[in-house]
Design a protein around this ligand. Structure first.
Ligand code: UD1
Length: 363
């Protein structure tokens, strides 16, 4: 039996590890344990996802919680080192680019436990983004690098990573999406929010560069002020963003918009349903650029760069930055029915986790 430590920490990790963990549990070759660092700990940021994705409770929970980057990364490292020494897994599997991903990779590499990084090779080229540092460093210490799109492969090769370690396997997030889309359609979230299919925009916003600066956040709000006059905007709000609205004294500006509908963070199935019926999505998330590409929903990304270029090249994604005029123009294009030609990226077929597990079974 191959003993695997599957590591998760924050919301975008859960839908990536779920299909991998499930396949390993079903296989008689693997003995997987699920370790949750506790980087995200609110029910709505964590527990709901385990329920929606049909994932078992974590076998081990580190409970590290929030803190500065150094505090959070260090807390995961200290707690995880002890556990990996006890558990002695043959492989550690990390996903994505959050602080828990890097912390786990660092611990495993010092203990000489081989590391598989799922969603390796993505690069925004923006080193001010905490996730970019996490990606570069995690990839540097990983032994197997599972890539979602061609750019990931090219980036890793240009960084001098050996070709034999890299595998283009597709996108595990799309495994979860395809598995759960039908169930998500049963969600009653549209009627709860009194939203009409194809007649609302869905928005998420949480990146420090957008919500921690008064100047940038206000600019985004100017654009929203305009857009919400034409179409209701449903905005499930990340705890960090809610906190910053208060700290930056933007609450009055937010409250003044009649059709900007703030709701608590949503579970996986409700969010997937809302995304699949939206006229357009406004976001600064990474994963949502990919999910909308798969679903064929226009996505307006409020960032200057993306580590997922395939969503722009062949998907439905448009990068607009944070200039109100550009955000408004992209929203108007979407409202007027302008639809980018799009195709689904190669290997985003719901089978990425099968490929990953197969490769891991042979190393
Ligand atoms: C993290 C990831 C980011 C990912 C995002 C998805 C890093 C560097 N960033 O950002 O890549 O896109 O998750 O959500 O790992 N908080 C709560 N409850 C929670 C979790 C967080 O209230 O369950 C609040 C706390 O005030 C915390 C803040 O959100 O300080 C930020 O949380 P943190 O985990 O540091 O980063 P995220 O912004 O969530």
């Amino acid at each position: 039996m191959i003993k695997i430590a599957n590591i998760v920490g924050a919301r975008p990790n859960f839908m990536k590890i779920a299909p991998i963990h499930k396949r390993m549990l079903q296989s008689d070759q693997f003995d997987p344990i699920l370790i949750h660092t506790g980087q995200h700990y609110d029910d709505k940021m964590s527990r709901t996802f385990f329920v929606d994705l049909g994932m078992p409770e974590p076998d081990l929970y580190l409970g590290v919680g929030s803190g500065s980057h150094a505090q959070q990364t260090a807390a995961v490292m200290i707690a995880l080192e002890k556990i990996l020494l006890e558990q002695k897994p043959d492989w550690v599997v990390v996903v994505g680019d959050v602080n828990s991903t890097l912390a786990a990779a660092l611990v495993a590499s010092k203990l000489h436990i081989p590391i598989a990084h799922v969603e390796a090779g993505l690069r925004s080229g923006d080193r001010t983004m905490p996730e970019e540092i996490n990606r570069v460093l995690t990839d540097a210490v990983s032994d197997l690098l599972f890539v979602t799109e061609q750019s990931g492969l090219d980036n890793l090769l240009s960084e001098g990573i050996a070709k034999e370690k890299i595998h283009l396997v597709g996108n595990v997030m799309i495994d979860s999406l395809t598995e759960h889309l039908e169930k998500a359609r049963e969600s009653t979230i549209l009627s709860t929010l009194k939203a009409e299919p194809e007649n609302y925009a869905l928005m998420t916003l949480h990146r420090p560069s957008n919500v921690d600066s008064q100047q940038v956040f206000s600019q985004i709000l100017i654009a929203l002020q305009h857009i919400q006059k034409q179409i209701p905007i449903i905005f499930p709000i990340h705890p960090r963003t809610r906190k910053m609205i208060d700290e930056l004294q933007l609450a009055d500006q937010v409250a003044s918009m009649d059709q900007l509908v703030l709701v608590d963070p949503l579970g996986y199935l409700d969010f997937l349903h809302l995304m699949s019926r939206a006229r357009m999505v406004l976001t600064d998330s990474g994963g949502i650029q990919e999910e909308t590409t798969f679903l064929g929903i226009p996505c307006i990304t409020l960032r200057q760069n993306t580590e997922r270029p395939v969503t722009i090249e062949i998907g439905t994604n448009t990068l607009v930055g944070v200039d109100p005029a550009q955000i408004i123009e992209a929203a108007e294009n979407a409202l007027n029915g302008y639809q980018r030609e799009h195709t689904i990226p190669p290997l985003w077929d719901g089978q990425a986790s099968r490929r990953i597990v197969e490769i891991l079974s042979k190393v």
